[in-house]
Design a protein around this ligand. Sequence first.
Ligand code: SAH
Length: 227
Amino acid sequence: MKSAATIVFLLASFFTQDPSREKERMQMVARQIAARGVTDPATLEAMRKVPRHLFVPAEAELYAYDDRPLPIGYGQTISQPFIVGYMTAILNLKKEHSVLEIGTGSGYQAAILAEIVKEVYTIEIVGPLGIRARDLLDSRYDNIDVKIDDGYFGWSEHAPFDAIIVTAAAGQIPPSLIQQLRGGGRMIIPVGSPYQVQQLMLVEKTNEGKIRTTGVMPVRFVPFRRK
Ligand code: SAH
């Protein structure tokens, strides 16, 4: 049970909150992201800008800037802010890029990407999550396309992509995603068994089409599902 003091504190923080929550966001970026080595200016700028609290369900809103993942319903989670920052930064994104995301979830990661690049394509397998994210993203961005489908096969109509980000843990890297990555492009994907520690893998494709994969960090993601 929560103590009376904790409840008073939570109520007090709720009622004194700045609705934009800018200060919390600045602190989140400084303490959780920049302090842990993410230096890409575009990533840090996007994370200072996107109101993460709008992407979490009402009951988790108070904790939106905490150093942890949060439940978003349907057994899924919005990633910890540091993981979002790390995965975004490692893609070396440029303004003119077109990016594919597998696992829209809350839509937060897609919003971060859309602040940086020209076009974002994102696929979500859970219908209600995809619809909720699409409504929210459509109201704020005109460079994001949300599809409700199994992302295993990528999105061939919009391929090749300069970067691909997968936010659910797969047993293997789906071959279609490697195929849909542009030469010179990068993909970041957690690979490993569901509900265990997985490896975040950086996949680099050379202009000649050669693939190099590097494990960059142990992580824990929700499973990559299949239809
Ligand atoms: N990027 C999200 C994190 C969501 S968690 C965010 O910023 O909130 C991972 C998401 O991947 C879940 O919503 C899950 O339903 C989705 N997912 C799992 N397997 C998938 C698949 N094969 N295709 C598309 N989405 C998938």
